[in-house]
Ligand binder design. Structure first.
Ligand code: ADP
Ligand code: MG
Length: 260
């Protein structure tokens, strides 16, 4: 390795340009054989460096999002779920809702694809460079409760406030106590018109009073902010998992009926 390459390597390290060392010999040879101008040569080096940086960013954002599993919009079988409007989901997949800081609420019984669609939209957002954070409602509220009891609520809130898209999964499976309901309100109110939320729930809006400690006024205040700028996707039908089993003859159609 000659001295010039040594020095380039030192600069590249200092500037965190991770690709140069590997690509420089090839690109330099290409530049000679194709008689590239200096600026074309520099552009080709920077282009490879930039695409590697994009890929690193994409991986970091996907890791940061803490998705429980990775499933995409392409993995979603729209033919099997006729209550979901494919066009609406594709439109949401343009991610305009994130720039507009509006919300998406996915409602429906268990197993119909609410979490899948929320993850799929979240992956799209992370791949486009948005900071996304996925959490179950239970995890988020128990962490916030802990933060509150330690007198460090602001610090604990930050995780759920600093992302461009917060996905809160499974509101309503467990009823919230008063403290949890108030913490949920804080998250929704603090993100209102500042950052998007995707929320999934097995409860229709009318049942939200029950969910938030029987407090209809608080439920109204939460829904007011959540729904002001929002799209609701109401998914109907039976669980995708059970449908598969049923098709395979493992369950009879009477044996299990999903709650609605
Ligand atoms: P929910 O959150 O509504 O309870 P999930 O999103 O967890 O349901 O879906 C349950 C399982 O079924 C997941 O593995 C999901 O990927 C799959 N699934 C549900 N609906 C569909 C669909 N229409 N196409 C492909 N997979 C689906
Ligand atoms: Mg789910």
């Amino acid at each position: 390795m000659n001295l010039a390459y040594e020095r380039i390597r030192t600069y590249a390290n200092r500037l965190n340009l991770t690709q140069i060392e590997a690509i420089l010999p090839r690109l330099a040879e290409e530049a000679v054989s194709k008689e590239l101008s200096y600026s074309d040569f520099l552009e080709s080096v920077l282009a490879e460096e930039a695409s590697a940086a994009d890929e690193r960013m994409r991986r970091t954002l996907l890791r940061f999002a803490k998705f429980p599993y990775l499933k995409t919009l392409e993995d979603f079988d729209f033919a099997a779920q006729v209550s979901v409007d494919k066009r609406q989901v594709k439109e949401l997949g343009s991610l305009k809702f994130i720039d507009e800081k509006s919300n998406i609420v996915l409602l429906g019984p268990p197993g119909v694809g609410k979490t899948h669609l929320s993850i799929a939209l979240g992956i799209k957002a992370a791949e486009s460079g948005y900071r996304v954070y996925f959490t179950s409602a239970t995890d988020m509220l128990s962490r916030l409760k802990k933060g509150f009891s330690l007198g460090r609520l602001d610090e604990y809130l930050r995780t759920y406030l600093r992302c461009s898209l917060l996905i809160i999964d499974e509101i309503g499976y467990l009823p919230l106590d008063r403290e949890e309901a108030n913490l949920l309100f804080q998250i929704i109110a603090k993100r209102y018109e500042k950052g998007s939320i995707i929320l999934t729930s097995n409860k229709s809006y009318g049942a939200w009073g029950e969910v938030v400690a029987g407090d209809n006024v608080l439920a109204g205040a939460i829904l007011d902010r959540l729904l002001h700028h929002s799209a609701t996707i109401n998914i109907k039908g039976e669980s995708y998992r059970l449908k598969d089993k049923r098709k395979a003859g493992i369950l009879s159609s009477k044996e299990v009926t999903p709650e609605s």
